[in-house]
Design a protein around this ligand. Sequence first.
Ligand code: ZN
Length: 178
Amino acid sequence: MYQITSSLKALKRVFFVRSTGRTLSLCPCCQGNLRVIGSRKRMWIRSSGEKSILIIRRLCCKACRQIHHELPSFLVPYRRHEAQVIEDTVMDEETPAGVEESTLRRWRQWFHSFGPYVAGCLESIAHRFPEIVGSSSAHPQTVLQRIGRFVTSERGWLARAVHRLVNLHLWVHTRSAF
Ligand SMILES: [Zn+2]
């Protein structure tokens, strides 16, 4: 949904984030039209530890005045590490380079308490918007299985789940969870 446009400043590893398509996407709250009101910088840290700066657009809904950020799907709101790094940590699959043990512990704790919320949101989205959330008839048990029903459990599930919630503006209430 988003593409990263490397800028002339690419040597400094600065990237601009732009929605693909010619028009801005619609407001996730009310489907109103969005206009660009500015931009902000976001740090982006990959599993290699490589850091880049993303320039993310601030968008304002002309109808409900809500502010949105054009966050690429590989980032989690309010986190600098990309979603895959956090997912790998939560899954105990890979220890990312250069991340302090206390941060890794915080991510695991976060998922322990926040994972059920994500699963609950996806389940409630499935009721409200059955056309955009897939689900299977399996009987899920773990939090990951519950999330996997809607975004599959293949690698990348955290980014997919986050993006669903962000698009429907369900993430804003969770800032304290971090
Ligand atoms: Zn709106």
